[in-house]
Write a protein that binds this ligand. Structure first.
Ligand SMILES: [Zn+2]
Length: 307
């Protein structure tokens, strides 16, 4: 933990994080105007914290409260309060925060620099998760509703198993940590795009086998879907450069990869490898300072919310 804190603190200084303004109840936005670069993110909120803060955000928006709760602001506040250790979470801390927002009371931030770091880090990961989305009602008419905008990568009704495998050891090619999340399921299970974006890359890669890389429209997130099915990996209607929508069918689960030769099954157990890379600067994309995010709790959150 100490080591992680050191890395975190040093990355704060190295990256000269620009103060984004006090974020209490404003929509948190990280965009092109902010040129500072974060080099390390440990995304560690527990499922309970994610669920509670998301519920507080959604219900305040659905009730159209005057002072809406923004879960990224709450997570940044709690992350600062706990020094990143969300095992210290107590629901009363969230309730106190919500009460203060509703009463328009000031919220005390103990460590401004650390808080700015969390705002930027959590915004980069979660900015696309909640918002207004168009839904079609039973009678065919369309309406807008506030809620979860992203999709589970595996459609509802298709079983999968998973565990927290981020950072586990991998040895094909060279020794390296596992920078993604594996969802074990049957060959041929449809794979859906998690978030809106455009297809940056599609084809064979010696590690990932048949794989698709989709970049969010704000360019901050790169979703990587790997080990897709031999012979028919992709939905034939999608192509490199296309825009895709969250929930759109993009391919099929398989066990290809770990091979220099194309279209080879060399993975023992069929699964979808899903990766989420955060890119503040294009040099981070393929360079040595790549930031990959643990997705275990986020996938569990989508599961818990029936998405
Ligand atoms: Zn994997």
């Amino acid at each position: 933990m100490k080591k992680i804190n050191m890395i975190l603190i040093s990355s704060l200084f190295v990256s000269s994080v620009v103060f984004l303004g006090i974020v209490i109840n404003k929509k948190v936005l990280v965009g092109a105007h902010d040129k500072s670069v974060i080099k390390y993110i440990d995304f560690s909120p527990t499922l309970e914290v994610l669920k509670d803060t998301m519920n507080a955000d959604i219900s305040s928006h659905q009730l159209k409260e005057k002072n809406e709760i923004n879960w990224i602001s709450v997570l940044s506040y709690l992350g600062t309060k706990y020094g990143g250790n969300f095992k210290r979470y107590q629901k009363k801390h969230l309730e106190e925060y919500v009460k203060k927002i509703k009463n328009e009371e000031e919220i005390e931030i103990s460590n401004r620099k650390l808080h700015d770091y969390y705002v930027k880090a959590y915004s980069s990961i979660l900015n696309g998760v909640l918002g207004e989305k168009e839904i079609t009602k039973k009678d065919g008419t369309k309406t807008k509703e506030y809620g979860i905008k992203i999709s589970s990568p595996i459609p509802r009704g298709y079983p999968f198993t998973h565990y927290d495998d981020f950072g586990a050891k991998r040895t094909f090619g060279f020794r390296r940590p596992h920078l993604g999340h594996d969802l074990f399921c049957a060959i041929g299970t449809p794979v859906l795009a998690v978030e809106d974006g455009y297809i940056e890359i599609m084809g064979w890669n010696r590690f990932g086998g048949w794989r698709i890389g989709i970049r969010s429209h704000d360019k901050l997130r790169y979703w990587y879907y790997a080990h897709l099915r031999k012979d028919k990996p992709f939905n034939p209607s999608i192509h490199e450069g296309d825009s895709v929508k969250a929930g759109q069918h993009i391919g099929y689960v398989g066990k290809t990869g770990y091979s220099d030769k194309e279209n080879v099954n060399n993975i023992k157990r069929s699964h979808l490898h899903l990766g989420l890379q955060i890119i503040f600067d294009e040099e981070q994309k393929d360079g040595p300072n790549q930031i990959w995010i643990s997705l275990y709790n986020l996938i569990n959150l989508l599961k818990a919310k029936g998405v």
